[in-house]
Design a protein around this ligand. Sequence first.
Ligand code: SF4
Length: 332
Amino acid sequence: MNTPDILTALTGADDASLFALADETRRRVFGKAVYIRAIVEFSNVCDKHCRYCGLRADNRRLNRYRMRADDILAAADAAVAEGAGTVVLQSGDDFSYSAELVGELIREIKERHDVAVTLSLGDRSLDEYVYWRACGADRCLMKLETTDRHLYKQLRRGEDFGARLHRVEELRRMGYEIGSGVIAGLPGTTPMDALRDILFLTDLGLDMIAVGPFVPNPDTPLSGMTPGSVDLSFRMTALLRILNPEANIPATSALDALRPGSRALALTRGCNVLMPSLTPADYRGDYTIYPGKNAGSTEGAASLAPARKAIEENGFVPSASKGFSPRRSHVR
Ligand code: SF4
C-alpha cells in the first residue's frame, strides 16, 4: 500500500474494502484467536501533567489509590484463574513502588503462573527496567500518543519526544516485546497527522500497536474539546494491520467509551487483542484516564466474562495463550 492509498483510505473512501482486507490479514496470521491481556491498574497516582489525562498530578478531583502488594497479586491470580494469558501491571508514573517491590511482584506472578507479564509503568529508570526484565517481565507498553514532537511537548507538558523514543529503543534492546501507540483525533489534528502516525509506528517495527480515539476528560485542560472519531480509529488500526501483519493490535477501551459496542466491532476490522481491566471494583472506577475508561465494569467482581462474550459473539475464540507477536519469536 503506498502513501496516497493510505491517505485516501483514511478519508473513508472505501471502508468496506479496507476493513475486509484488514480482517483477512489478521485471520491469515492469527486465525480466530483473540488474546486476552488482563490489566491490573494498581495505582492511579502520577507525577506527570499530560493535558489529556485524568490521572495528571494536578487533578484534585480524582480519588487517588495505591493497591497493596497482596491485593495486586490476588488480582493477578483472579485474572489467570479466569483465563488470561498475560497480566499487565499498570500505573501512573508512581515512584512510591520501589524497583525491588515491583520486581518481587513480577517474580511472584511468574512463579505462580505460566503467563506473560507486561509492564505499563511509565518513565521509570532504564536500570529499573533492566532489573525487571531479569525478574521475568516479558513486555513493556510505552505509548507515544502522537508522533508530532511539538504536539507531544504541548500535550505532555514539557516532556521530550526524543527521550520517549530513546526509551522505546532501549527497552527493545533489553529484550522486551514493545508496545506503543497513539491517540486518534487529538484536537487540531488532520488526516495528514494520522498518516504520519501510521508510517512512523510502522517504521518502529513494534510488537504491539494501539490506537484509540481521543476522549475528552472534563477534569483536564482538554475538557470540552471535540472527541476523536471512532471511524478514524477503525481506519488507522485497519491500515496498521495491513502494514504490520504480525503485530498484536488491541481493540481499545476508548472505542467503547465513545460508541458502545465499537470495541467488539474492531475485532472484525483487524484487531486481535482485548485488554479488559481486572482491577478490583473498589478501585476500577477511579482509573479514569478518560471518562468511561472502565465503562460497564465498575461494579461487581472483576471478570473476563464480558470480554469472552464479545469475542465469541463476533465468531472468534478467546485465547489463554501468552500471545507473543510472531514478529519477535526469536527473542524468547
Ligand atoms: Fe500520568 Fe500517563 Fe496520565 Fe501522563 S498519560 S498523566 S504519564 S498516567
